[in-house]
Design a protein around this ligand. Structure first.
Ligand code: ADP
Length: 446
């Protein structure tokens, strides 16, 4: 592999570029007309404009991306996260045009992209699930009867769901009809597919996910868990590795079960299995067949470069280590800094007048920001990820607070002040939180 086209933008495009450069691989950036001055375009070896600002005409424009790969003579395409990263058709077209797709097979993307098929597959592999309907719901009556069986509250979820959309809670029988209707309408509008299923709504779970990596030679290893319970509107804001509540024995047991299952499946590439954890029990909710936003906390505690490994595996190489070689050291925390008002969450695109990244021991910033850069209004509001690594969780929190104080992003509103308040909170510091904690924290103004 000599040249990789990065079919993405922002910090993740830089992240992939950095791994490539260190491996002696040249990079091709693609960009919309709104991103002509973006950092990923400035750093890449070559760049190609693939269309106007709206993502569906540029970053989702498969024909233009494939043409850019052909014109520049790229060998492979890395999709990053979001955009086309979990689009099975795209993966197929990439390979049909003779490029390597740095990701799983199209069949595995399809299998896990439909959450109903994903749950069926995991059930077959013996992975524990959240109780609920076995497959899609065919009618409101069926929704009612499954809800009675698993007991309210319940959640109606879109089979094609993502980003927390197409998901509705019914607290009791009087709310089921509305939840059924709204979830299906939202799913149809967002994903063009109104298929829904039902899950018991857990009242105080943590979101704990497992990072895995698999090659094409049957080797599957896991890199432990991330705790991503700090969410607002089902979107993650702060992530930690490891989870404050998991013991090494629990991690090993889950890891052994999951890696055995994926080996049976013949999975390749990086992947994440997401679970809800409550009262010591894991229940699978979905699998992401791509690199995730929060992957750096795992990299910090395991000392692994996950993008490098993705590229090696895609090139057909063997994982250079077994499970016994994966060691966990210290604690890592990631803060997702977005261009949003820290209290109202109103979007705040615009020109960054001053940008200063924090530094020092154990501090990593993954960001495409620079002073004078104008954050365009067209895309995701994530502008920087602050990742901190330290020997203990308490030291990681102290270091995160210190780094947040050093960080300067002037000219636009960001969520930096919210992150400072979270880090100062005694409940957060005690690790005492569930997926509902942040909504309440934000609701009472921090
Ligand atoms: P998406 O793909 O839209 O992100 P997920 O299935 O991953 O949807 O769920 C997103 C978040 O919604 C989870 O991290 C969790 O906070 C919440 N959630 C999902 N399923 C349940 C459930 N059965 N009970 C309680 N909360 C849930």
């Amino acid at each position: 592999m000599k040249k990789v086209l990065i079919a993405n933008r922002g910090e993740i495009a830089l992240r992939v570029h950095r791994a490539c450069q260190e491996m002696g691989i040249r990079t091709v950036a693609v960009h919309s007309t709104a991103d002509e001055t973006a950092m990923h375009v400035r750093l890449a070896d070559e760049s190609v404009c693939i269309g106007p600002p709206p993502a569906r005409e540029s970053y989702l424009n498969v024909a233009n991306i494939l043409s850019a790969a052909a014109i520049t003579g790229a060998d492979a395409i890395h999709p990053g996260y979001g955009f086309l990263s979990e689009n099975a058709k795209f993966a197929e077209m990439v390979e049909a045009h003779g490029f390597t797709f740095i990701g799983p097979t199209a069949d595995h993307i399809r299998m896990m992209g439909d959450k109903i098929t994903a749950k069926d597959t995991m059930r077959r592999l013996g992975v524990p699930l959240v109780p609920g309907s076995k497959g899609a719901l065919s009618s409101l009556e069926e929704a009612r009867s499954v809800a009675e069986e698993v007991m309210y509250p319940v959640l109606i979820k879109a089979a094609a769901g993502g980003g927390g959309r197409g998901m509705k809670v019914a607290r009791d029988a009087s709310e089921i009809e509305e939840a059924w209707r709204v979830a299906r309408t939202e799913a149809k509008a967002a994903f063009g597919n109104d298929e829904v299923y039902l899950e018991k709504y857990l009242d105080r779970p943590r979101h704990i996910e497992l990072q895995v990596l698999a090659d094409t030679h049957g080797n599957v290893v896991h890199f432990g868990e991330r705790d991503c319970s700090l969410q607002r509107r089902h979107q993650k804001l702060v992530e930690e590795a490891g989870s404050p509540v998991l013991t090494p024995a629990e991690r090993d047991a889950l890891g052994a079960q999951v890696t055995a299952g994926l080996r049976q499946l013949g999975y390749r590439n990086a992947g994440t299995l997401e679970f809800l954890w409550q009262d010591g029990q894991f229940a699978f909710i979905e699998m992401n067949t791509r690199l995730q936003v929060e992957h750096p906390v795992t990299e910090m505690v395991c000392g692994v470069d996950l993008v490098r490994e993705q590229i090696r595996v895609a090139a057909g190489e063997k994982l250079g280590y077994g499970q016994e070689d994966v060691r966990f050291s210290g604690h890592a925390i990631e803060c997702r800094v977005t261009a949003e008002h820290p209290v109202t969450f109103a979007p705040s695109p615009g020109r960054v007048t001053t940008y200063h990244a924090p530094g020092g021991l154990g501090v990593r910033v993954d960001s495409a920001l620079y002073s004078g850069y104008a954050v365009p209004p067209h895309y995701d509001s994530l502008v920087a990820k602050l990742i901190v690594h330290a020997p203990t969780r308490a030291q990681a929190i102290a270091r995160t607070r210190r780094a947040l104080d050093e960080m300067v992003v002037d000219g636009i509103e960001t969520t930096l002040p919210l992150h400072k308040r979270i880090m100062e909170d005694p409940e957060f510091q005690a690790g005492d939180y569930t997926i509902h904690w942040l909504e309440r924290f934000v609701g009472r103004g921090g």
